[in-house]
Design a protein around this ligand. Structure first.
Ligand code: HXC
Ligand code: NAP
Length: 271
């Protein structure tokens, strides 16, 4: 086996792939010759991303759908498979987040994040299964440190992402006999993203976060893309059911106590 990663002609699908980290993953695959499909709610964001992926020379397509709508995901993925063939790498990363304590959020606010992150992941997994290459497909769920570290102002995300990681581990067992690997990637604090804009909204908070990453810097979308490249390739052929933190060591020390950080911010805001 060559110790290189060749994604030429592979079919890669990135759900929630039209901005931030997930778009970075899609762009990395496109730059290296994969056929890349993306999906998210906004048709404008889909069109913009598909144009950017094509500018890298990649065959690319996309569809607008909400991961909460199972039938729309089923239809979109069927269209992708009909056009690009069996899916080699599936990245599921659509998510919603806002900082709010449980006391300051409605039941529907909690539900909206669980519906997008957790139910949405289940929808994507179930709808994609008929189209995954068997054997050989690699499925990657994009999780978050909140899945295993409780954080104030993040009960909805903690609950939802913990569920995502348990779907990952369960499907690694259920789909292993089909030759499908399933893993989660847990990004650390990634620069310039919507997630960090919401959780560290001031420059002071952002530089505080950066200072708590053992490796000494915020992450880039490409850092997460490279981890996906590994998991999606034969170099990761025996890796399944794993929750891989790609965070410069951030979660080892409790994410620099982002929990106290968010708790203080929300109390100051009266939440
Ligand atoms: C309290 C809030 C709120 C807030 C929304 N709600 N924002 N409650 N505090 N700041 C409530 C609303 O009042 C409503 O409840 C319910 O949530 C649903 O809101 P809608 O706007 O109707 O929902 P929807 O249009 O479906 O939008 C979903 C969303 C939105 C999650 C609320 O923010 C979104 O679309 N986000 C996608 C982009 C995103 O979040 N990216 C960051 C991902 S980063 P009521 O009761 O009034 O109906 C990430 C991890 C980062 O996930 C980790 C970093 C370490
Ligand atoms: P982002 O730019 O907001 O990306 C979220 C993507 O999901 C967008 O393409 C969005 O597009 C799509 N999306 C949201 N709700 C959707 C829905 N209901 N149905 C379909 N698509 C939907 O956020 P990000 O910060 O880069 O985060 C990306 C992923 O990394 C998330 O899973 C997040 O939990 C995880 N993460 C991020 C960080 C960080 O530092 N940012 C850290 C840890 C984990 P539309 O608006 O068009 O739908």
């Amino acid at each position: 086996m060559a110790l290189t990663i060749d994604v030429t002609g592979k079919t890669v699908v990135v759900i929630g792939g039209t901005s931030g980290i997930n778009r970075g993953i899609a762009e990395l695959y496109a730059e290296h010759g994969a056929k890349v499909a993306v999906a998210s709610r906004s048709q404008d964001k889909v069109d913009d991303t598909v144009a950017a992926l094509k500018a890298h020379g990649a065959e690319s397509m996309g569809f607008a759908a909400d991961v909460r709508e199972y039938d729309a995901i089923v239809a979109g993925l069927a269209q992708v498979a009909e056009t690009f063939g069996e899916i080699d790498v599936l990245v599921s990363g659509a998510a919603g987040n806002f900082p709010a304590t449980v006391n300051a959020m409605s039941p529907n606010a909690f539900k909206s994040v669980v519906d997008i992150d957790l139910l949405g992941t289940m929808h994507v997994m179930k709808a994609a299964f008929p189209h995954l290459r068997k054997p050989g497909a690699s499925v990657i769920n994009i999780s978050a440190p909140q899945a295993f570290l409780p954080m104030q102002g993040q009960a909805h995300v903690c609950a939802a992402k913990a569920g995502v990681d348990m779907i990952t581990r369960t499907l690694a067992m259920e789909w292993g006999p089909d030759g499908i690997r399933v893993n989660s990637v847990v990004p650390g604090p990634i620069e310039g993203t919507e997630g960090m804009a919401r959780l560290a909204p001031t420059l002071e908070m952002l530089s505080k976060v950066a200072g708590t990453v053992p490796i000494g810097r915020l992450g880039q979308p490409g850092d997460i893309g490279m981890a996906c490249m590994f998991l999606g390739s034969d170099l990761g052929a025996y890796v399944s059911g794993q929750i891989l933190a790609v965070d410069g060591g951030w979660s080892q020390a409790g994410c620099g106590d982002m929990s106290s950080f968010l708790g203080k911010m929300l109390r100051q805001m009266g939440g």
